[in-house]
Design a protein. Sequence first.
Lengths: 462, 462
Amino acid sequence: MTDITPVLARADENLPSSLDKLFELLRIKSISTDPAFKGECRKGAEWLTDYLGTLGFDASVRDTPGHPMVVAHHAGASADAPHLLFYGHYDVQPVDPIELWENDPFEPAIKDVGNGRKILTGRGTADDKGQLMTFVEACRAYKDVVGSLPCRITILFEGEEESGSPSLKPFLEANADELRADYALVCDTSMWDRDTPAVASALRGLVGEEIVVSAADRDLHSGLFGGAAANPIHILTSILAGLHDETGRITLDGFYDGVEETPENVKASWETLGTTAESFLGEVGLSIPSGEKGRSVLELTWARPTAEINGIWGGYTGEGFKTVIAAKASAKVSFRLVGTQDPAAIRESFRAYVRSNIPGDCSVEFHPHGGSPAIHLAYDSPALTKAKTALSDEWPKPAVVIGMGGSIPIVGDFQKMLGMESLLVGFGLSDDRIHSPNEKYELTSYHKGIRSWIRILEALAK
Amino acid sequence: MTDITPVLARADENLPSSLDKLFELLRIKSISTDPAFKGECRKGAEWLTDYLGTLGFDASVRDTPGHPMVVAHHAGASADAPHLLFYGHYDVQPVDPIELWENDPFEPAIKDVGNGRKILTGRGTADDKGQLMTFVEACRAYKDVVGSLPCRITILFEGEEESGSPSLKPFLEANADELRADYALVCDTSMWDRDTPAVASALRGLVGEEIVVSAADRDLHSGLFGGAAANPIHILTSILAGLHDETGRITLDGFYDGVEETPENVKASWETLGTTAESFLGEVGLSIPSGEKGRSVLELTWARPTAEINGIWGGYTGEGFKTVIAAKASAKVSFRLVGTQDPAAIRESFRAYVRSNIPGDCSVEFHPHGGSPAIHLAYDSPALTKAKTALSDEWPKPAVVIGMGGSIPIVGDFQKMLGMESLLVGFGLSDDRIHSPNEKYELTSYHKGIRSWIRILEALAK
């Protein structure tokens, strides 16, 4: 076990040059989605490879059919410590509309915004160059003080995250043995708030289905046929209305198989966050939770499955009125999954339910979209507990374990293809304006982020 | 009472010149919706006025802010006979797509289609120039033989029926005393089939409502908010699904007030028409009646009220998938009314039902469209019975009294503004392709149509 006090002190001393190194990386215009910046993307990969080399990593640029990956290995000081795979991405979003930026997006700066707060401005500061550099600079402080790292580390930096990661799965597959570790660290998420660090332990899965209900072989006049001919919009609305019962539970057969109740201590910790239905929904003009009755909004969005209609259309939708009975009606429906809910089983249950409600002279088509299970790091996993304690030691408030309602595909890929769980820790804030003009990252996020990784690596090494 | 045998014989003799007169009218390109044909519309009105003048009518072109009306009066031979208002329209639909016409739409022709059938081709042959000329030529035969008409007749020909009749109501209002009669004859409907004439005795009314359900003040990410934030598409589908119970009845409070059961003898006469669910719905690819259980398709479409969703839209409706929770969802809903159902009461009942199902943090807007009561000529009215007998004497099969699922606004206007019921008799067939390329009218419809009016006028005069 290392005394990390001098490592933390070294990180503090390094901060000016840590910022210099970050700014070098930020100046590289690695916009992955725009072919005009292909060379810049390669330059980003090369810069990282070179820099990791100076920190004792065996680093290389690895070609793909798209933008290259960076893979780097460090053996670490102890064979008993776990092997960790750190993931981040060096590509960034486009900068349009450029006229809305207050500063050149590729000329990073430090801005004093008053009240002692400083921010780093520029494209990629928060998503994800600033975040991935917190880890790199933590490694640098270790190297400077200890000469090695407390764990065996493999780093994977991707250059296509902002353009759909087309090369990622084939690369993981082709290099599975090289990349497989005990678990992954992913630094692409946010804190709970400015003072409260967070570890995300759960991501909901997703099943999408488009359904098309067909009745008559043409649009009908509702005067001539109304009351006798099947109306596919009626059929569709009845089907969709039947997805929930009056308590907000989803009615599909077997839907809750694999859904477990959130442990009381986890729910209790969420309650301490102070999020109420009013505060959570008030931001978007609402106030009454709509889902399962008797559960908090955090539980509803982090730990409970859902069925949502994302789109619906049929019949006449223009100005005025047309008394038509449509031939077809369509909807896009998605299910967010938790626990061990099986996407294939849920898709089949939904289809069976729909089919059982289609009249004998009508028909239905299904078009699948997506199908990924929930990701779940056990609330009591040792790694999660260690990371939580390490973060709590660094920040003003204790770390919280949060769920995430959305999905991060890489986490599913690591689990499915490499059999590896992920620990999601990040230092972004909800107002960082990622993907938008005037993206920023708090100087505190960068500085304390570096210090946080030093603590986490030390904790995980034990 | 006149012996009509010579009048009918005269109509037969007149047929070649009756066709010449119709063809003169058909050559006038009176497309009311296209300003380029404004002069042609006036020409149509003038042609009719001149021609009616030659038949002993006091006829005039009457200006409106749009296309002119034709109003013509004939005192008739007997002060004891009823005063009748005959309505038709001289304007026609556009002819696009012109390339699908086999003949010039404004160069009418007689075509032999085999099996002894001849058809008149061209725009307006069936809708409505051919139909209105059946009445005019019946008057001509009377004038030729008797020198007068058996009833006092007022004729109203409109030139804006195909473009929404903007001038009609103000014209009826301004000329109510001149136009009010004992009842109206409207010749703009169809026969039951080639051999079976029909009198339409009921038209359903219509109430339309567009509803917009609003939830959050912006579109939300279903990962972040799904399960907690209200989804307006869910709310809307639940509301719409609740409009019908499991027997197909509409659930709104008071909805069936004013709906009476169809008399058994009327239902029995409909049964003799031989229409089955399979024959009626089979034409459009369906087979199972969708509305109230235990009623025939003719009863469902002619004599029962309905609630139909004519359009629905909300959320993401493009290619692929977007896991959005929409801010708004909308639908267009219409109710077909029968009997004495009150459009205003039904609109209010619907709105109250919708409002009671909107969560406290969401809102709903309503946009009314239309609102007309059902029109209903008593099944046992003397005029209807007389017309039925007269038609039965002319055609191979006895006339049937039918309902019409749709609406003909003029009929409601006559009732509301002039306190006058309408008798709807027409000689179109369902394959006349009105509003489409290659519109036609059967030569038999024209010839026997003229003869039918001779018989009807005689019958009504008694």
